[in-house]
Write a protein that binds this ligand. Sequence first.
Ligand code: UT7
Length: 334
Amino acid sequence: MGVRIIATGKALPKLRVDNDRIKDFVDTDSEWITSRTGIEARHVAEEETALDISVQAARQAMRGDGIFGAGSLGVGPIDTSDIGLLIFATVTPDMLVPSMGALVKKEMGLENAISFDLNAACSGFIFGTWVAESLMRTAGIKRALVIGSERLSRIVNWEDRGTCILFGDGAGAVILELDPEKPGIIGFHIQNYDDVGDALTCGMSYKTTPFTKETQKRPMYLEMNGTQVFRFAVGAVTEVMEKVLEKTGLKVTDINYFVPHQANIRIISNVAQKFNIPMEKFQVSIENTGNTSAASVPMALDDLLRSGKVKAGDKVMLVGFGGGLSAGAIIMEF
Ligand code: UT7
């Protein structure tokens, strides 16, 4: 009995902001951004809420299009009553209560879904899929929706060129199915690391009480030590990839495609070199989206599946890393 992905969807806000446009806000140049990160543009929500783009991505997944290469025609439209679980990974919810999961459940009429939010920063979708897989097996839930969605533009400091060039908004969704026939997810490795140097943080702003003595320590926008995070990323991705291969008894050459978190093309090519994997095996979607945190892996997976490259029986590895610090890898068979 396995848990497999049967459909995917993604959505981006309408406004596309190319690198040149960023020069209106900070001292930078397009060539620097592209050569250091691989990013040419990102999408920024002007009017759209996180709920809007998330529901758009989820509705696309619910259509159950034929997205795989030879051997699969797609499952066709999925009934809203079939979804027994909804996990919503984000660090930028529209509001704290109700949770984004509860808002999506209401908007889409998912009457049977248990829904909640999960925060594991950029690893959120990987953690969410891991939790969903486990709950589906233990509670016998037939179908689940996992969404990774962010409106990072509202926590980015648009005066800091070290961060504002990197991030974008977007949403990705997958539908998981408990399948007695297919293996689906065949292994995962999830790991946390302490962020000793506070390399990646975003504070909170609370209303003070008449009794409050402490002052707010961190601003409510993303702060990052890029070099530290870069080093962490290469090390953590290497570690979780090695561990998931070890756990599943697979070799790196057994994996047909890799879908890494889209943070920086140089992180991806560094890892490709370490493992001696040709770059063609990596899904790279960063040029048009920037880093969309929890949305990046499901959106890149949607791109890969819709390209028609993945055939029935292929093995795909999803890899995420991010704030917390956190990292994880999942291997699945299609
Ligand atoms: O999903 C969350 C995880 N986040 C990440 O994965 C981010 C990981 N880190 C990175 O991707 C890279 O560290 C960055 C892209 C953020 C920065 O690249 P870098 O090669 O590490 O550059 P740097 O910070 O070492 O800066 C090099 C130079 C500096 O100038 P000097 O001191 O050498 O004169 C910076 O001031 O580039 C300068 N610089 C810029 N120049 C033009 C920094 N940002 C910019 C900019 N435009 N936007």
